[in-house]
Ligand binder design. Structure first.
Ligand code: HEC
Length: 174
């Protein structure tokens, strides 16, 4: 288990190499900075519709995501890319599951990936609201999960990323 964790950290580190600013926002979970209250800013005002199960199109029409920048979202996704594929029928990466069609689905239900019991038992359904809570600090949102990722501190980075994921993981026209 410890070795697996070390492997995942190495993957996360490798994903950071060459990315300006990557280390700045994603301090390893064990450092004091990541544990300080200011480490993950709460969303100022969350639209209650972000917690409902809507279509990707409907989420993207909400003012917050309508104003998001997909290219910036794609750049934030560089932090995830070593571990996650997004497109339909793309295989899971060794270090993380494929995320196609994740919105509206229950956590840890994808076939062929060995999810942790913590995530399987979480009862989480992925919406922009739960995804944002997860991305602020995965270890707090679902204690004991196996995603070796400290979190995304800046709310605007989460906004662009969630909009990008809505676009990149959802069937068109739904
Ligand atoms: C070091 C590898 C790694 C990185 C980096 C990483 N993840 Fe993950 N992710 C995982 C693993 C492993 C799991 C499964 C966790 C478990 O089973 O406890 C996971 C699970 C998830 C899930 C839940 C999938 C499901 O089917 O329930 C989402 C959503 C997710 N990650 C999004 C992201 C996003 C977005 C980023 C970038 C900001 C990211 N992850 C960065 C490894 C990673």
């Amino acid at each position: 288990m410890a070795e697996y964790k070390r492997f995942l950290s190495a993957v996360a580190l490798a994903a950071c190499v060459g990315l300006a600013g990557c280390g700045r926002d994603d301090t390893p979970a064990a450092t004091p900075a990541a544990d300080s209250p200011a480490a993950a800013a709460e969303p100022a005002q969350r639209d209650p519709r972000e917690a409902e199960v809507l279509s990707a199109e409907e989420y993207l029409a909400l003012p917050r995501f309508a104003a998001a920048d997909m290219q910036r979202g794609e750049r934030v996704f560089l932090q995830c890319r070593a571990c996650h594929s997004l497109a339909e029928n793309e295989p899971h990466r060794p270090a993380g599951p494929n995320l196609w069609n994740m919105f509206g689905s229950q956590a840890a239900q994808r076939e062929g990936f060995a999810f942790s019991d913590a995530l399987k038992d979480s009862g989480v359904v992925w919406t922009p609201a739960t995804l944002e809570d997860w991305l602020m600090r995965p270890s707090t949102f679902v204690p004991g999960n196996r995603m070796a990722f400290a979190g995304i501190r800046r709310e605007e980075d989460r906004t662009h990323l969630i909009a990008y994921l809505l676009q990149a993981t959802s069937p068109a026209g739904e």
